[in-house]
Design a protein around this ligand. Structure first.
Ligand SMILES: Nc1ncnc2c1ncn2[C@@H]1O[C@H](COP(=O)(O)OP(=O)(O)OP(=O)(O)O)[C@@H](O)[C@H]1O
Ligand SMILES: [Mg+2]
Length: 355
């Protein structure tokens, strides 16, 4: 029997639950001539929800993940390659003749997809400008293309001043809806909410929260019931308590609980066994992480892991606050209704190793 839970990659079809309002909102939003900026902590389901919404919108769309681009020319090539999946080369060939740097195209004999590369260019920005202009010119105001740029915060690392240059290119586009997604909350917020940033108020800001408990519970319980018919409800509850409904960690834990039930059918405590298995598997990484934290950070992490208030401990409020902000930026701590450790299994590891 195949494990009915999936974690780590974009989820669709039967692995995707809820987000009904968010999908409806995004679909409706791209009917306007505006751009959307979607922010959440890591692995909350941004890529999945956008993939679903743009697919359902029935519009032409392309998605590129900036984390996978090694340079601006590589990003331009990836955008163009995605574009060719939507628009046959024959129909846009005349537009490519206007490119200032002509790309090299070849057909992948296995997939039939068109591969694209650019010769190194002194001014890489003209490459991406030409590609985005091509997309703009191939569409109209009544038939806008949706361009999804995932992990958009990476523009800060791809090239100096790229944000400024991209903004000045993108702001002229009327036939494209940009959807920009990113994690690392503070950096994304810095890009879109800082008055000095070129992308200040570029689009509508949307924040994605965790999955609603009731729906997620139903989703987990229904799948666990094939292995644990008598206690799937209880297990689903315990999983969601443990992960505070975090989409990724809930699916990860559920997958491991399910696996325990399959491999050791008589096991009395599959929930505890699954947690222990995950924590052990990541033990070395956690140890390495821990060694790199300073004393203040360790104290904060220990206090959060033990669910204790952060007011005591001999640290000033401002020291605690700035350390929290830094750890939030680095993704170890998240804030939804309170500060908490992002990874519940790291929380477990800290609690166990600091008893
Ligand atoms: N709607 C959903 N239903 C069920 N599980 C989900 C849903 N959304 C996300 N998940 C879980 O979270 C995982 C991460 O989803 P996704 O990659 O879409 O998130 P993300 O916010 O784009 O992550 P990243 O920060 O790594 O880019 C999925 O593999 C899945 O386990
Ligand atoms: Mg993603």
């Amino acid at each position: 029997m195949e494990n009915p839970f999936k974690f780590g990659t974009i989820v669709e079809e039967e692995y995707f639950t809820d987000r009904v309002n968010e999908v409806a909102y995004i679909k409706e939003f791209v009917r306007s001539a505006n751009h959307l900026v979607l922010i959440s902590p890591r692995r909350f389901g941004k890529s999945s929800v956008v993939a679903k919404a743009v697919k359902q919108s029935g519009r032409k769309h392309i998605t590129v993940n900036l984390q996978q681009a090694t340079s601006v020319s590589d990003l331009s090539a990836k955008l163009l390659r995605e574009f060719f999946k939507v628009h046959p080369l024959e129909r846009v060939r005349h537009l490519i003749t206007h490119f200032r740097v002509i790309p090299t195209l070849s057909t992948n004999p296995v997939t039939g997809a068109i591969e694209v590369s650019f010769q190194p260019s002194a001014n890489e920005v003209i490459l991406i400008e030409d590609v985005l202009t091509l997309i703009e010119q191939s569409h109209t105001g009544n038939d806008r293309m949706i361009v999804v740029l995932d992990e958009f915060q990476e523009i800060k690392d791809l090239a100096p001043k790229l944000d400024k240059q991209l903004r000045s290119i993108m702001q002229n586009h009327k036939n494209i809806n940009y959807i920009l997604l990113g994690s690392q909350e503070s950096m994304m917020t810095d890009i879109f909410e800082n008055k000095k940033s070129p992308f200040y108020h570029f689009g509508q800001l949307m924040r994605l929260g965790k999955l609603p408990r009731e729906d997620f519970h139903q989703y987990l319980s229904a799948r666990l019931s094939s292995i644990f018919p008598d206690r799937s409800d209880e297990l689903a509850d315990r999983i969601l308590d443990y992960t505070s409904c975090h989409p990724y960690y809930s699916q990860q834990l559920a997958a491991n609980v399910w696996q325990m039930g399959v491999l050791q059918p008589g096991l009395e405590k599959p929930f505890e066994a699954a947690i222990s298995q995950i924590v052990t598997a990541h033990g070395l990484d956690y140890e390495r992480l821990w060694m790199n934290f300073n004393r203040t950070n360790r104290w904060i992490l220990k206090t959060l892991a033990a669910n204790k208030p952060l007011q005591s401990g001999g640290h000033s409020t401002s020291t605690i606050y700035s350390a929290l902000k830094r750890m939030q930026k680095d993704g170890y701590v998240i804030y939804s209704d309170r500060y908490e450790l992002e990874d519940p299994f790291f929380r477990e590891w800290i609690a166990v190793n600091n008893e």
